[in-house]
Design a protein around this ligand. Sequence first.
Ligand SMILES: *Cc1c(COP(=O)(O)O)cnc(C)c1O
Length: 401
Amino acid sequence: MTWLQDAERVMLGTYRQAPVVFTRGEGCRLEDTDGRRYLDLSAGIAVASVGHGHPRLARAIGDQAARLMHVSNLFYNDRAVELARALVERTPFDRIFFCNSGTEANETMLKLARRYWYEQGDTGRTELVAATGSFHGRTMGALSLTGQPKHHTGMDPLLSGVRHVPYGDAEALRDAVGTQTAAVVLEPVQGEGGVVVPPDEYLRRARDICDHAGALLLLDEVQTCYGRTGRFLALEHTGIEPDACALAKGMGGGFPLGAMLCRERVAGGLPPGSHASTFGGNALACAAGLAVLAIFDEEELVRHASAQGESLGRSLAERVSRHAAAVDVRGRGLLRGLQLAPDVDPVAVLARIRERGVLLSVAGGDVLRFSPPLVVSAAEIDEGLEAVDAVLQDPPRKEPS
Ligand SMILES: *Cc1c(COP(=O)(O)O)cnc(C)c1O
């Protein structure tokens, strides 16, 4: 118990952390300080994309650490150039800025949007439009974009010039976007908001609305990036080309790595001196990113995620009709959500499932989120769903208020 007592004494209490201390992992399995094993269907919130302890990723990080970790952005390094080249080849984007997290990737997009119009001589275009229920990160800029008031408590004043419109509602978006709009920022699927998939035409209409008003369209693919939705990037489901996008979570397979990707025509928006990151694009992080891409190719993870994601979606849909405690199921690929009935206690459900040795997370307050490592097998998915089934048969209820 001393691990837990120490943790609760010395860690800043910003999280509601479950009473488990993990020490190691392999594939979709994790082990805690008591030697207990768990099936991880959360992947550290969509981060451990190639599974825990992948030998090829571990070797790449070890080899690179011995060769070169960091030289600063006063110089180039070979790993960063190689990773940027690989991403340009695989996406509709032309230029890359590397950073260390999703929130930083979004801050970079924000600054690009504001500065781009300044460089164009259009100083009236400063407004940013984002969606309600969105999540873009926790630094003040990304937080201001985040459309969840609970995250804003006590943090005022936020960034000015940000408007929120209902997610998935193209009419509302059209009414909010005009000659004052610098950019619209959207997630292709809202992850933290509760695994919300917008109507089919939404992103295409958002692109049209932005083109019509002359605004930039920026996609936050931090949670959906690298195969999570069954495509390399979620934007491929719609065929639209945004002006920029933000990546992070899965791209380092657990190593901190984020990126802002943009098209050539807006790349002048961040000229020399306008933005920087000391750690961003260091050789070690980029070597991890390159190893992740190599594993994606070798193990055909996008195709695998698409196939396993389809079957996870089907199995979840069957469960919704079976249990009164489940009211909706949604998502794409290996990002799926099962919404619980209003009288069910989501945090207690999560704890019961964990006691059965399976790890999930809650999104949007009442949605059980499945975001397993993309290497997950059909047998592992079945095993996880058995635990969910058992708990939903007689789920813990909320205290009547
Ligand atoms: C997790 C997440 C972020 C924030 O990423 P951090 O790495 O925690 O800063 C931003 N946007 C989306 C869509 C996310 O899911």
